[in-house]
Write a protein that binds this ligand. Sequence first.
Ligand code: ATP
Ligand code: MG
Length: 374
Amino acid sequence: MSVYREYLFEGPLFNPSFEYEIRGREKELDKIKNFLKEAFEEESVRSMLVLGDYGYGKSFMLYKIQKMVEKKEIEGAEKTITAWVVIAETEPVGAISYEYVTNIFKDIGPNQLFEIASKLNLDQIEKFKEPFKSILRGLKDRKESAFNWLMGETQDAREKKELGVKRKLKTSEVLNIFMDFLEAMKTSGYDNLLVLLDEFEYAVNVYSEVKLTQLFHTFKSIFDRFIKFGDASRFAKHIQVIAMTPKGFDAITDLETKLRKSTGGGGITPWLSRMRFDINHVILGPLDKEAVTQIIKDRIEAHKVPFKERPFETFPFIHPEFFDMIYLYSGGNPRDVLYLTDIVLKKAAKDNIKEITGKYTEAVLKEYGIVKQI
Ligand SMILES: Nc1ncnc2c1ncn2[C@@H]1O[C@H](COP(=O)(O)OP(=O)(O)OP(=O)(O)O)[C@@H](O)[C@H]1O
Ligand SMILES: [Mg+2]
């Protein structure tokens, strides 16, 4: 980057980072905010889908949601705990619901779990059944072993004795423990558990139909327990924002159709029909040229050498055709925008070119074998 050093800091300018503004997603953000506002305020359980192909900003969107909640920019956020979960991250484990629930505990982390328990008095803890009662006591005493138990870890005899539990968390009890946890959350003053479920297409690809059906059944059971108890206010609400590729979601609806034909329902249908994803979804499509340009400008702006007058605002991309080319060759895919801009900038630095034109940009991209997307 030496030719640009005078005006720009060296360093990873066009890395895919979440530390910048999200561009060109105003409508989608509005819809998500409204969804969350309603979900936080209403006494019903809800889920929303964020669909987009690889690199279109699904994880980035979940990150922004997490930040909005942390900064309490949405009404009801102050009574919300968020958990970011990816399932089937590593090897598939035995039970997918078990993985889902234990990963939620893991992401919430020991400190926040200790904090929840610390807000409960001993009488409130007494109302829970074993083994959750003992776990809550352990959390209140800030015992790491209580947190480890919730993550599904096996404990040695001493730890079990100390905690007052007989065995590790079992697959068959995981849903009950999760409901106990939602109740404990509610009792300690939290109304919502917002689960940000990322890369869900991965789970769809890796898990068998049986295991997937089991997971959807768990989601449905969580939903139904609110209804069953009639008094929804007993539990914190389990709200999900699920991000995946459109193909991943197609696989789910295909599976649903297939199961509905063969079994006449059951499985996935009940949950899907409750969640109303036909309404509760956003699609992250290609960005327009303005947003593409803005993404690049944001990075240049963040890396400019202070108090140094630049020859042009977007230096070294001083020709508008540069942005046309990046738009054409990226097809509006934000990850590709960053990747292609990085290639061009590095090559230009090597070639000692100070002002990057559209022609030069196209020549470099062609040299790298990249083809037009638009
Ligand atoms: N709207 C946007 N505005 C600015 N930058 C964006 C936007 N969308 C995505 N990006 C950038 O593109 C990068 C890639 O986005 P992200 O990782 O969220 O894609 P993804 O859809 O999760 O991809 P994958 O399916 O491969 O996980 C982000 O790190 C971010 O820097
Ligand atoms: Mg992602």
